[in-house]
Design a binder for this molecule. Structure first.
Ligand code: PMV
Length: 373
């Protein structure tokens, strides 16, 4: 019988990083036209996972107080296994007959040299695995259901993940995203099971909206060449934040301001103007991104975490110098920076500065929105 082949896109954060870790706080992401592919074939008496890239990736462990602990940087297979486990729970709860399958994974989201770009391969592998199993068993989850099941799998591995990357990889296009309360989801899952959580009010406060791509602004992505650990950065910021709780409330409010301006510029709020006009000439969107960059700089200083590395600073400063807006995409500490440039900006000049400073221009476009099914 034929294999089920599913691909899921990678993602970039545009705005709202770190704030979106708090339930209900808004962010903006895009799905990109680079993909991870999962092929599923039915097997007879056992299942398996194969991946040329991922089987070469090291699994690290350290010695903690209570014995051995896995390194906080999770292995992609952790997400695949969590996706299989969540799907198996749903299968059993729906009373479907169990079957076995082999999964083959190919990641186009990591640098061929084995270094990660930071394009959300953990989310993409979770989303693609869920989608393949959905098709295999005929769950008919639909777009929102796939997001929710992939999200339950994700937080079983990374408890604090906002899931913005999961949403972007599932929905495609430009999205506005508010994270659900993950403690509540975990509690509901263990009390009532997976099937009961899907579509339930345990998701209240979470939101995924489709945004119109900005008209008249060009998207550019620069890669610092330094892979970063999101989990380490996020836990560093949260440790620093516990010490300065008041300042963090201010950060959340200011970030919300930036992101909601961006939502308005990308035309989804009731009082918004024409679709995707990015605030007539794009100034509203550009200004929101520049402000968000400043907020993340201040957050890093306050918590003692290097969100904007030297390479990211050069990347973003070069963008601002040509009248564009740039900021680290995601947790920072390396990985990618994202730039939106007005049509008349000297993009060639920007790319020259990047080249001189060893910042690689990744030619990346947007993966179009998936239909609602
Ligand atoms: O580093 P990335 O691209 O995985 O993005 C992390 C974004 C954070 O807001 C810092 C964390 C999260 O889970 O949203």
């Amino acid at each position: 019988s034929g294999a089920i082949v599913v691909r899921a896109p990678g993602k970039l954060f545009v705005a709202g990083e770190y704030a979106v870790v708090s339930p209900g706080e808004p962010s903006v992401l895009i799905a990109v036209d680079r993909y991870l592919t999962v092929s599923l074939t039915e097997s007879v008496d056992a299942g398996s996972i194969h991946s040329p890239e991922y089987s070469r990736m090291p699994v690290r462990w350290t010695r903690g107080q209570d014995g051995l602990t896995l390194d906080r940087e999770h292995h992609p297979y952790d997400y695949v296994i969590a996706a299989i486990e969540a799907s198996e729970r749903l299968r059993a709860e729906r009373g479907l007959h169990p079957r076995f399958f082999d999964l083959h994974i190919e990641s186009g989201l990591d640098d061929p040299s084995g270094r990660k770009f930071g394009l959300g391969s953990s989310a993409a592998v979770t989303v693609a695995t869920i989608a393949a199993i959905d098709e295999f068993y005929g769950f008919e989850l639909g777009t929102r259901g796939r997001y929710e099941l992939a999200m339950l799998a994700t937080i079983a591995v990374a408890p604090n993940a906002s899931g913005g990357d999961v949403a972007a990889s599932t929905y495609g296009g430009w999205i506005g995203y508010r994270s659900p309360d993950r403690d509540r989801l975990r509690a509901a899952r263990s009390a009532h099971g997976v099937a009961a959580v899907l579509g339930s009010d345990a998701w209240n406060g979470s939101e995924i909206i489709r945004l119109a791509p900005p008209v008249g602004l060009e998207l550019l992505v620069g890669w610092t060449g330094h892979p970063a650990s999101t989990e380490r950065l996020v836990s560093g910021v949260s440790r620093g934040t516990n010490v300065t709780g008041d300042a963090h409330a201010g950060f959340l409010e200011a970030s919300r301001d930036c992101v909601e301006d961006l939502w308005r510029a990308l035309a989804v709020l009731p009082d918004a103007g024409a679709p995707g006009d990015a605030g007539s000439d794009g100034t509203l969107a550009l200004d929101a991104i520049r402000r968000n960059r400043r907020l993340l700089q201040a957050l890093g200083e306050r918590t003692g975490v290097t969100i904007e590395t030297e390479r990211l600073r050069i990347l973003c400063d070069a963008a601002e110098a040509i009248g564009a807006a740039g900021k680290p995409s995601g947790a920072g500490g390396g990985d990618c920076g994202i730039v939106l440039a007005p049509a008349d900006a000297d993009v060639a000049g920007l790319l020259r500065v990047w080249e001189t400073n060893d910042i690689r221009h990744l030619t990346i476009g947007v993966h179009p929105p998936e239909g609602d099914n």
